[in-house]
Design a protein around this ligand. Structure first.
Ligand SMILES: *Cc1c(COP(=O)(O)O)cnc(C)c1O
Length: 363
């Protein structure tokens, strides 16, 4: 089956690939999400025909009809994952099967065709292989962005009959400016991210579009990121615009909001829960209110808080600002539990720490 599928991809190397010396200069400080590799993978979907036209080719703009459905009704989903260069020179990815599964779940929620998980993995691996020279060494990684969008030209509210699946790649250094430093959060009072029955658990572009005004508010108040509360009661902590949150208590137990359909089921979140439990921490997936957060930070019951996701991995939460005033978690700069979980997770991802659960997939 695998062999048959590989033969479906037409591979056309780019004739305008960046030269090795120029690439080396770019990779000295790649930043995040602003540099791109030479190639892209595309697969088309047509209702009645299924997935077709599998291609690995030069990275280039799409030509889209002005009536292209995604431009009007935002039928679009994406994933975020990373490829790493291990010490022995081999290339690895972290739990990519989970991204494939979540992509299929997001597709279902957005009334889109689910790409078979093995086809998703094959597409990602094809791109990593052809652009392997773009994987930064050291702390960097190659950020992979698979996405699927409605490409049929029509105006009307129904699922599209045509889609384009694409994977692009971007060499990455640190996600937040200032590297591992603790982030400052703004609690959004006016805006929510997701409501019951909505799309909060799907990784769709629309969720991000709706979060930008709140993120803008956060920046205006001198914060790095926004933290959202639940839509029904405006009381319970949900997550950041693109990261899940954890709270470390003075008795060593850890709390994280439960997956009730309004927050994104992060693969980093899931991995952190496993790692923390293996280290002997009690981890509770239970609602945690913003009022409790403030009270626990003040009393010292809350020792550490951190956010996690593929892009920034694990980032300490320092200060939290809101219209009711500011407070600081612990010493405002993370702590030992946050740091040890971050070190263990990144160690597993990069092959320097044993991988007991078979999370690392080498190419
Ligand atoms: C992608 C994402 C996360 C983190 O998920 P990971 O699988 O850990 O990268 C968290 N929240 C939102 C809203 C996201 O889009």
């Amino acid at each position: 089956m695998d062999v048959e599928q590989k033969s479906r991809f037409t591979v056309t190397p780019s004739s305008k690939a960046v030269a090795a010396d120029a690439r080396a200069v770019l990779l000295e400080d790649p930043g995040f999400g602003r540099l791109f590799t030479d190639h892209m993978v595309t697969i088309r979907y047509t209702e009645g025909q299924g997935w077709h036209s599998h291609s690995v080719g030069p990275r280039e703009p799409f030509q889209l009809d002005p009536a292209c459905a995604v431009l009007h009704y935002a039928q679009e989903i994406f994933e975020g994952m990373k490829a790493y260069r291990l010490a022995d020179g081999s290339v690895a990815m972290f739990r990519p099967e989970e991204n494939a599964r979540r992509f299929a779940e997001s597709a279902e929620r957005m009334a889109m065709p689910a790409i078979p998980e093995d086809m998703f993995l094959e597409a990602v691996e094809q791109l990593v292989k052809i652009d392997a020279d773009w994987i930064p060494s050291g702390e960097g990684s190659l950020y992979l962005r698979p996405f699927l969008f409605a490409s049929e030209a029509f105006l009307g509210v129904r699922p599209s009959n045509e889609y384009i699946f694409c994977v692009i790649a971007s060499p990455a250094g640190a996600y937040f400016k200032g590297g591992k430093k603790a982030v400052t959060l703004w609690v959004s009072e006016h805006y929510t991210r997701a409501a019951r029955g909505g799309t909060g658990a799907a990784k769709c572009g629309g969720n991000y579009a709706a979060s930008l005004v709140a993120q803008k508010e956060a920046i205006k108040h001198g914060c790095d990121q926004v933290v959202f509360l639940d839509a029904a009661e405006n009381k319970w902590v949900e997550e950041l615009g693109g990261m899940n949150v954890f709270f470390v208590m003075d008795d060593g137990s850890i709390v994280t909001p439960p997956l009730t359909g309004t927050i994104l089921p992060g693969i980093t979140r899931n991995s952190i829960i496993s790692l923390a439990r293996a280290k002997g921490h009690e981890v509770r997936e239970e609602p945690y209110s913003f009022a409790q957060w403030r009270a626990d930070a003040a009393s010292g019951k809350l020792r550490e808080a951190f956010a996690c996701g593929t892009a920034a991995v694990v980032t300490a939460i320092g200060t939290v600002k809101s219209t009711d005033g500011d407070f600081t978690v612990g010493n405002g700069d993370g702590g030992l539990v946050t740091e040890s979980l971050r070190a263990e997770l990144t160690g597993i991802q990069r092959g320097s720490v044993a991988d007991p659960a078979g999370w690392v997939r080498t190419l």
